[in-house]
Ligand binder design. Sequence first.
Ligand SMILES: C[S@@+](CC[C@H](N)C(=O)[O-])C[C@H]1O[C@@H](n2cnc3c(N)ncnc32)[C@H](O)[C@@H]1O
Length: 238
Amino acid sequence: MDNEKKRSASFSKGLLQSGELYQYVLETNVYPREPELLKELRDMTATHPRAIMATAPDAGQLIAMLLKLNNAKRTIEVGVFTGYSLLLTALTIPEDGKIVAIDMNREAYEIGLPVIKKAGVENKIEFIESEALPVLDQLLEDPGNENGFDFAFIDADKINYWKYHERLMKLVKVGGIVVYDNTLWAGSVAMPEECTPEILREGRQRTLEFNKLLAADPRVEISLAPLGDGITICRRMH
Ligand SMILES: C[S@@+](CC[C@H](N)C(=O)[O-])C[C@H]1O[C@@H](n2cnc3c(N)ncnc32)[C@H](O)[C@@H]1O
């Protein structure tokens, strides 16, 4: 990819002042520390027609740090796609860690699976091909899962984010962390509706509603970090 294309590809994902600034962050701080196999998976995904869906590497770097700071062992991931955030999590949690990874599309997961196998971390992953909501409800049927998870990463259909949140407030332990992706929705949350491109409008509305509910939720501390497409970090307080 030439520099111009690289700049515009990264800018479409980033929210900083300029593509150059985002590229600077990636090239000086993120890419040099990105594990080799994660880079391989990112490169494989780059040719996918929906490559833009993959978690941004700068957001991924913060997620890995949060997993470590929280000594996360049991995690949930909703929205796997080709597995960038999943491999990142699997590489970060300890050998006996486990990830319940849910996506209704196995095909995309299978694109990244050979790299996950090459990394030797497939044993940490339970991939469930399904709509996420019934799986979370099913997890809650087992009382052993209540407060049973240390961390969750949610990167799927915005319309259900609040429903996921309600379940996660029971599944993730007090002190545990839940990260929601795309909470700035390409910057559209701060645009007047009439100036928002049609393709972003519904997601913008859902994101505005979700962000408002989260900001008023006394169960969590929150921080909306403007990395990637915006990630909101929640720490369950009670
Ligand atoms: C933005 S992508 C996830 C990107 C991924 N975190 C990564 O790092 O590449 C969103 C994924 O959510 C999945 N998805 C959307 N709605 C879903 C639902 N209701 N239940 C389960 N998965 C869903 C899609 O199939 C898609 O693979």
